[in-house]
Design a protein around this ligand. Structure first.
Ligand code: ADP
Length: 450
């Protein structure tokens, strides 16, 4: 196994990776910006290196500084976490060129899945069902009109380089298409420096269901079941569950087999998530994430597997030590993303956390790098912690979630905890009866009611 791993991230995920390394007897190196000099992920690591000023571009995305940090400390591998450089194929290549292991898939697969048009073509060839849409990029408005007439309205214009819900625009009819194209293009250009877009049928009431996979260098691929991430705001996940209230074991096994066969053929390595929309019993691929995901803990809670440990093992050339038939699911898990934001307007609320007390007890897990006296810098995303609860079934899980939310104290800043306290008592949520549009509609109703 590696002796020393550099964690190229910050916040709760850097701590999460640090924990797995320490359990395995691996020394850790934290990197940080000047804004994070006193952050928890720095304090918990064995060593740390400052890689630049607060702007992410100059620090957590600063490839030369991160490579230098590996060389100074003698780190043999880099774990990128999620976000930042985790899906940057160039970074993975540079790391490997320096004789350091990138804890993730092969650069070619990161690159392939990072281009949503190419990814869709590739997975379709491998037998994964996709959302009906244009077979490739759309160059002109005329072409868009022609393809749109074939797909039918409503449809969604999506950016090939898309991520984080950006560069997506819905067109309900022909008259909305030109403007949707122009807005998606300019948003994509600004966010990703690439204005390539494609068209997809806009599904009306789907759920977002994703399959977690793990693959080793010997070609073995297993799946670890699904997560339901249908509760979203602006195409961003807010609440995630494992398993999905909408899926039965047969449907899970069926899609799981399609996915593992496809990734086996591709020669994939490491963890990955295939994201689908699920409507009327059918799965439609939307994208693949070639990294650990924010919501991975719900899968860990029901499978008992440590996904970061598995990542480290397979990155080091180790083989998966169990078979698909050994993967069992115990109970139900829910994760709430606690953000430093106003729970109604979602305006970021950085600043000093005066008091921080986390819930505990049976089946409760809090992944967070915050503490009493911690000042949240304004430079990064607003996730300050994840509350993950596990119960023997969904009902117990919801009871435990209600109880845990009432114990959670974060004073000094605004957080999204009150939103979750309201959601956990909503009938549709209790019934597990919600699509990807449920939360937006709920928030609109709340806003109108004042
Ligand atoms: P990103 O990479 O920006 O997260 P995704 O392709 O994963 O983009 O889509 C994010 C979310 O946008 C989905 O979970 C879903 O809510 C919505 N979405 C994407 N494609 C469609 C579609 N064809 N029809 C309806 N909703 C969609």
């Amino acid at each position: 196994m590696f002796d020393k791993v550099l964690i190229a991230n910050r916040g709760e995920i850097a701590l999460r990776i640090n924990r797995a390394c320490h359990e395995m007897g691996i020394k850790t190196v934290a990197i940080h910006s000047t804004a994070d000099a006193n952050a928890m992920h720095v304090r918990m690591a064995d060593e740390s290196v400052c890689v630049g000023p607060p702007l992410a571009r100059d620090s957590y995305l600063n490839i030369p500084a991160i490579v230098t940090a590996c060389e100074i400390t003698g780190a043999q591998a880099v774990h990128p976490g999620y976000g930042f450089l985790s899906e940057n194929a160039k970074f993975a290549e540079i790391i490997e060129e320096h004789g350091i292991t990138f804890i993730g898939p092969k650069p070619a697969h990161i690159r392939l899945m990072g281009d949503k048009i190419e990814a869709k073509k590739a997975v379709k060839r491998l037998g994964i069902p996709v959302v009906p849409g244009s077979d490739g990029g759309i160059a002109t408005d005329e072409e868009a009109l022609k393809v749109a007439a074939e797909i039918g309205y409503p449809l969604i214009v999506k950016a090939a380089a898309g991520g984080g819900g950006r560069g997506m625009k819905v067109a309900r009819d022909e008259s909305e298409l030109a403007i949707a194209l122009a807005t998606a293009r300019s948003e994509a250009k600004a966010a990703f420096g690439d204005d390539a877009v494609y068209l997809e049928r806009y599904l009306q009431l789907p759920r977002h269901i994703e399959i977690q996979v793990l693959a080793d260098s010997n070609g073995k691929v297993v799946h670890l079941g699904e997560r339901d991430c249908s509760l979203q705001r602006r195409h961003q996940k807010v609440w995630e569950e494992a398993g999905s209230p909408a899926l039965n074991p047969e449907a899970r096994d069926k899609i799981g087999k399609i996915v593992t066969d496809a990734l086996g053929e591709l020669g994939y390595l490491g963890v990955g998530t295939i994201e689908f929309l699920y409507e009327n019993g059918e799965f439609y691929f939307i994208e693949m994430n070639t990294r650990l995901q924010v919501e991975h803990p719900v899968t860990e809670m029901i499978t008992g597997l440590d996904l970061v440990r598995e990542q480290l093992r397979v990155a080091h050339g180790g083989l998966i030590g169990f078979d698909q038939s050994d993967v069992t699911y115990s109970g139900h898990a829910i994760e709430c993303r606690i953000n430093a934001e106003n729970p109604k307007t979602f305006r970021p609320s950085p600043g000093l956390i005066k008091d921080f007390h986390v819930p505990g007890g049976l089946g409760v897990r809090v992944d967070s790098a915050a503490y009493s006296g911690y000042r949240i810098p304004p430079n990064y995303d607003s996730l300050i912690g994840k509350l993950i609860v596990h119960g023997k079934n969904r009902t117990e899980c919801l009871m435990r979630l209600r109880r845990s939310l009432s114990e959670f104290v974060i004073d000094g800043i605004e957080t999204t905890i009150p939103l979750f306290q309201a959601l956990v008592n909503e009938k549709d949520i209790i019934d597990g009866d919600y699509s990807i549009h449920w939360l937006e509609k709920y928030l609109k109703r709340q806003q109108e009611a004042g």
